[in-house]
Design a protein around this ligand. Structure first.
Ligand SMILES: Nc1ncnc2c1ncn2[C@@H]1O[C@H](COP(=O)(O)OP(=O)(O)O)[C@@H](O)[C@H]1O
Ligand SMILES: [Mg+2]
Length: 401
C-alpha cells in the first residue's frame, strides 16, 4: 500500500492562520484610506438621527471595481445603526446586491426578508410588496436605510422600482419620512436606462471614489496578510510587487486573490515561505473579468466585438488594435453568427461600454490636425481563456435565439 499521504498532511505546516480574512466578502474592522469618504457619508446622513423620521437623503457612490465601494457602504451602515441604537431610533440598514437580486420583485422580497417579514415566494406583485413594505415601516416605526449595490444590474424594465421607492416618502404621512437611499454603481453612465427624473434628483449627490495609490494598496493588503497568514510566510517585498502590479486597476480584490492563490501554490509545493515564483504563477492564473462576472452582462454585440478583438490579438500576436484593424475581424464574426454589422458609431458606443466594464482600455492619440487615432487593449486577462469563454458565450447566444 502507498504511504498514507493524508496522514502526512497533518504534519505539514499550515501556512494560513485563517484563510477567510482573504475572502473578498470579508469586511475588515478598519477600512483604511477612506476616512474622508466616511466623513462625507456621516455629514450627509447625520440628519436621519438628528431629525428622526423627518428627512430623506439620497446619494450615489460611483467608482471602479474593487476600490472599496461596498466596504465603505457596509462600514457606514454599521456606524449608522450603532449611533441610532444609542439614541433609541429604529433605523434598519438593508444592503441589496442587485447583481444577485435583479428583479423588482426579488429586491423587495429581499428587503422584507431582511426586516424579518416573511414573504411567500409567489402570489404577490411587486406593487403589493411595495405597499406591504410601506405599511410595515409605518406601523413599526422603522426607518429604512437602503443600499442598492451594483444597481446597474437591475433589469431595465424594472427601473420603476427606483421611482416607486423615491415616491414612498411622498405617499406616507404629511411630513414623515421612512426611507433613505444609497446607490452604488461602477459608472453612472451605466444607468442610462434610469428614469431621467430619478437621475436629476441625484444631481450633486454623487460621491466618486478615487482609486487607491500603490502605497495605500500595500497598506490594505499588508493588513489582510498579517491577519490571515502565519508570520514569516509572506515576505513584505512580495506585497509591494503585487501592489505595483494592481496599481493600474486599483482593484483590491485582484490583490487578495493573488495573495491567496500564491500561498495555496506554496502549500502544494510544500514550501514554508512564499517566493516570487508563486506570485508570478498566481498572477498568471488570475482571470479578472471572469472573477468579476463582467462577461455575464454583455449583450451579443458587445460579445462579438470583444471576441473579435481577442481573436485579432491572438492571431497577430498584438497587444493593441485600431478601429480599422478591428473592422474585418468584426465583420467576420458578425457573418459567422448571422448578425447584421452595426454602424461605426454604434461600435464605438459598445467599445465604451466594454471600457466601462473594465474589460478593455481605450487610448486616443491625436496624431496631427487631421485626425485622432484610438487604440484598444485588454488589460491583464489571459487572452486564450477569455477568447474561449467569449466563443462559448456566442455559441450560446446563437443557439438560444
Ligand atoms: N480601504 C480599505 N481597507 C480595507 N479593505 C478594503 C479597503 N477597500 C477595499 N477593501 C477590500 O477590498 C475588497 C474589495 O472591496 P469592495 O468594497 O468589495 O470593492 P467594490 O465594491 O468597490 O467593488 C474587499 O474585500 C474589501 O474588504
Ligand atoms: Mg461592490
Amino acid at each position: 500500500m502507498n504511504k498514507n499521504y493524508l496522514e502526512q498532511q497533518f504534519y505539514c505546516k499550515d501556512l494560513f492562520i485563517n484563510e477567510e480574512y482573504l475572502d473578498i466578502n470579508y469586511l475588515p474592522e478598519d477600512i483604511l484610506h477612506r476616512e474622508q469618504e466616511l466623513i462625507i457619508l456621516s455629514k450627509i446622513f447625520i440628519k436621519l438621527i438628528e431629525n428622526p423620521f423627518k428627512i430623506t437623503r439620497k446619494l450615489l457612490i460611483q467608482g471602479d471595481v474593487g476600490i472599496g465601494k461596498t466596504a465603505i457602504a457596509r462600514t457606514f451602515g454599521i456606524m449608522l445603526k450603532r449611533s441610532a441604537k444609542k439614541r433609541n431610533i429604529k433605523i434598519e440598514v438593508v444592503h441589496i446586491n442587485c447583481r444577485k437580486e435583479r428583479t423588482h420583485f426579488k429586491i423587495l422580497q429581499q428587503i422584507l426578508l431582511t426586516l424579518s417579514y416573511p414573504v411567500p415566494k409567489r402570489g404577490f406583485s411587486p406593487q403589493e410588496l411595495m405597499t406591504i413594505l410601506q405599511e410595515y415601516l409605518e406601523k413599526n416605526k422603522i426607518y429604512l436605510f437602503l443600499v442598492l449595490d451594483e444597481m446597474n444590474h437591475i433589469q431595465s424594465s424594472d427601473y420603476d422600482l427606483i421611482y416607486a421607492l423615491t415616491r414612498l416618502n411622498d405617499t406616507t404621512g404629511k411630513d414623515s419620512s421612512f426611507l433613505s437611499l444609497l446607490y452604488i454603481v461602477r459608472d453612472i453612465t451605466l444607468l442610462r436606462n434610469l428614469d431621467e427624473s430619478t437621475i436629476s434628483t441625484l444631481q450633486g449627490n454623487i460621491l466618486s471614489l478615487k482609486k487607491y495609490n500603490k502605497m495605500q494598496i500595500n497598506d490594505i493588503l499588508e493588513e489582510r496578510i498579517n491577519k490571515s497568514i502565519q508570520k514569516g510566510v509572506f515576505p513584505s517585498k512580495l506585497t509591494m510587487i503585487i501592489s505595483e502590479k494592481i496599481e493600474d486597476s486599483g482593484d483590491i480584490r485582484k490583490g487578495l486573490n493573488i495573495v491567496r492563490n500564491a500561498v495555496k501554490i506554496a502549500e502544494i509545493k510544500d514550501k514554508t515561505i512564499v517566493s516570487y515564483d508563486e506570485i508570478h504563477q498566481a498572477i498568471k492564473n488570475l482571470i479578472p473579468s471572469l472573477q468579476d462576472d463582467a462577461l455575464g452582462i454583455l449583450n451579443m454585440h458587445q460579445t462579438i466585438i470583444l471576441f473579435s478583438i481577442t481573436t485579432y490579438f491572438i492571431e497577430n500576436k498584438e497587444k493593441r488594435i485600431t478601429l480599422n484593424q478591428l473592422n474585418p475581424y468584426y465583420l467576420n464574426t458578425c457573418k459567422k453568427y448571422d448578425q447584421l454589422p452595426r454602424k461605426s458609431t454604434q461600435i464605438w458606443q459598445n467599445l465604451q461600454q466594454l471600457r466601462n466594464l473594465n474589460l478593455i482600455k481605450i487610448v486616443t492619440i491625436s496624431k496631427n490636425m487631421k485626425g485622432r487615432k484610438s487604440f484598444c487593449s485588454i488589460n491583464d486577462i489571459p487572452l486564450n481563456i477569455l477568447n474561449e469563454e467569449l466563443n462559448q458565450k456566442l455559441k450560446n447566444f446563437y443557439c438560444g435565439r
